[in-house]
Write a protein that binds this ligand. Structure first.
Ligand code: NAD
Ligand code: MG
Length: 392
C-alpha cells in the first residue's frame, strides 16, 4: 500500500450549508487520516465553529465577527488551535498553506479571503458565486497568475465542468443551466408580491443557506449563475440558456456544434459537487442517494417566465454592458435581499431596486483592481438603499 500524505483543505464558511456538507464528505472520505485542515472560518455560531475545529484538528479557526473573538478563544482554550477574527483573520485563513480551499462564505465578503488563497497558488473549490459575478475578469487573471485549479462547486457549473472536456471547448455551442423554478414556480405576480422571507426560503428540492434559498425563489440565484458561467467557461451571453426543470435531476447540460447535448444527472445533494471538486481529477465513492430511474418516471422542462422572474433579463443586461455591472447587480441585490429579509420591501421590489441601481450606474466604467470592485459594490448598496427609502 502506498502511503499518501494527507490532503490539506481550508474551509471558508465552515459553519454554513456548504461548509457542513464539505466536512461531512471529508469524514466519509477518511476524515483525519486523509485530510488536514489548516484553517476554517465561520461567523456567529461559535459553538459549532469550535466543535468543527476540534473534530477536524484544524490549525486555525476564525470568526468573521470581531466581537466574538474572545468567545472563540475561550471555546478553543486547551486545544492548541489558534483563534482569529474579523476581515484580517479571514484573509490570514486564506493565506495559510493549503492544497485546496473551499470558498463557502456567502456574498462579496468571500472575495478577499478567497483571493488570498488564489494568489498563494491553492486550488479553489468555488461555491461562492459572488467572486466571479462581481470580479470575473480580475478573479480569472488572479487564478491564472496563482496557477491553482478552479473547481466549480455550484451544482450547475460542476455539472458542466464534468461534461465539458478541455479538448472539446472549441466545439461548445451553448450551455443550458437548469433551474428548479423555486417555491414560486407556479405563483402569479400578485401572489408573489405578498410572499414573506420565511415562505421564500423554503426550497422544494435543495437544502441551502437562507440567502441563496430566497435568491432561488426570485431566480436571482440563476441570474448570478448565468454570469458565473460566462466567466468560468468563456461563453458569450447568447450562448447561455436557462430551462426550468422542477425535479432538479439534470444539474445542467452542454450543447455541442454537432447537436449532441451532454448532461450530468444526480439526486439534488450538494455532496455530489463538493465530492467531485475535492477529489478531482479522481472520482471518490460518495455517500449520496443513487438515482432510481424506474421511480423517477418523468423529467419536466419549460421555459422560464421572465415577466415573473425579471432577474434573468437583468443578468443578460449586466453581461452585455460588462465592466462593473456584475458587481453592481450583486451589490444592489444583496442590499435589496437584506431589506426583504428585514420585511422592509416586498418580494418583487427586489428586482426593481436592482434594475434601477444598474441603470443609474451604467457609465461603462471598467475595474482596474479589486478595490474598484469593492467601491462599485458599496456604491450600488448605497444607491439601492436610497431607492428603498423613497416612498413608492
Ligand atoms: P450559509 O448562509 O449556509 O453559510 C454561509 C457561511 O458564510 C457561514 O459559515 C457563515 O458563518 C459565513 N458568513 C456569512 N456572512 C459572512 C460574512 N459577512 N463574512 C464572513 N463569513 C460570513 O450559505 P451557503 O448556502 O453555505 O452558501 C455559501 C456560498 O455557496 C454562497 O455564495 C452560495 O451562493 C453558494 N452556494 C451554496 C449552495 C448550497 O447548496 N448551499 C449551492 C451552490 C452555491
Ligand atoms: Mg446552483
Amino acid at each position: 500500500i502506498q502511503h499518501q500524505a494527507p490532503r490539506r483543505i481550508t474551509i471558508l464558511g465552515a459553519t454554513g450549508s456548504i461548509g457542513c456538507n464539505t466536512l461531512d464528505v471529508m469524514t466519509h472520505l477518511g476524515g483525519r487520516d486523509a485530510f488536514e485542515v489548516p484553517a476554517i472560518t465561520g461567523m456567529g455560531n461559535i459553538d459549532l465553529l469550535a466543535k468543527q475545529a476540534r473534530q477536524a484538528g484544524a490549525g486555525f479557526a476564525v470568526t468573521a465577527d470581531p466581537a466574538r473573538y474572545q468567545d472563540l478563544k475561550a471555546a478553543l482554550s486547551g486545544t492548541g488551535i489558534e483563534a482569529g477574527a474579523g476581515p484580517a483573520g479571514l484573509i490570514e485563513a486564506g493565506e495559510r498553506d493549503t492544497d485546496l480551499l473551499m470558498a463557502g462564505i456567502v456574498g462579496i465578503a468571500g472575495l478577499a479571503p478567497t483571493l488570498a488563497a488564489v494568489s498563494r497558488g491553492a486550488d479553489i473549490a468555488l461555491a461562492n458565486k459572488e467572486c466571479l459575478v462581481s470580479a470575473g475578469e480580475l478573479f480569472a487573471a488572479a487564478m491564472a497568475k496563482g496557477g491553482g485549479k478552479l473547481l466549480p462547486v455550484d451544482s450547475e457549473h460542476n455539472a458542466i465542468f464534468q461534461v465539458l472536456e478541455e479538448h472539446q471547448r472549441h466545439a461548445v455551442e451553448r450551455i443550458i443551466l437548469t433551474a428548479s423554478g423555486g417555491p414560486f414556480r407556479e405563483h402569479t405576480r400578485e401572489q408573489m408580491s405578498v410572499m414573506t422571507a420565511d415562505v421564500a426560503a423554503a426550497h422544494p428540492n435543495w437544502s441551502m443557506g437562507l440567502k441563496i434559498s430566497i435568491d432561488s425563489a426570485s431566480m436571482f440565484n440563476k441570474a448570478l449563475e448565468m454570469i458565473e458561467a460566462r466567466h468560468l467557461f468563456g461563453m458569450r451571453p447568447e450562448q447561455i440558456e436557462v430551462i426550468v426543470h422542477p425535479q432538479s435531476i439534470i444539474h445542467s447540460m452542454v450543447g455541442y456544434t454537432d447537436g449532441s447535448v451532454l448532461a450530468q444527472l444526480g439526486t439534488p445533494d450538494m455532496r455530489h459537487a463538493i465530492g467531485y471538486a475535492i477529489s478531482h481529477p479522481r472520482r471518490a465513492s460518495l455517500p449520496v442517494e443513487r438515482l432510481d430511474f424506474a421511480k423517477l418516471s418523468r423529467l419536466d422542462f419549460h421555459a422560464p417566465d421572465e415577466t415573473r422572474f425579471p432577474a434573468l433579463a437583468l443578468a443578460r443586461t449586466a453581461m452585455q454592458r460588462g465592466g462593473l455591472q456584475g458587481a453592481i447587480l450583486n451589490g444592489a441585490k444583496e442590499a435589496a435581499l437584506e431589506a426583504f429579509i428585514a420585511g422592509q420591501i416586498g418580494f418583487l421590489d427586489m428586482a426593481d431596486v436592482v434594475a434601477q441601481t444598474m441603470d443609474k450606474m451604467d457609465d461603462g466604467r471598467q475595474p482596474n483592481s479589486i478595490e474598484d470592485v469593492y467601491a462599485a459594490d458599496r456604491e450600488a448598496r448605497d444607491i439601492a438603499a436610497s431607492l428603498m427609502r423613497q416612498p413608492a
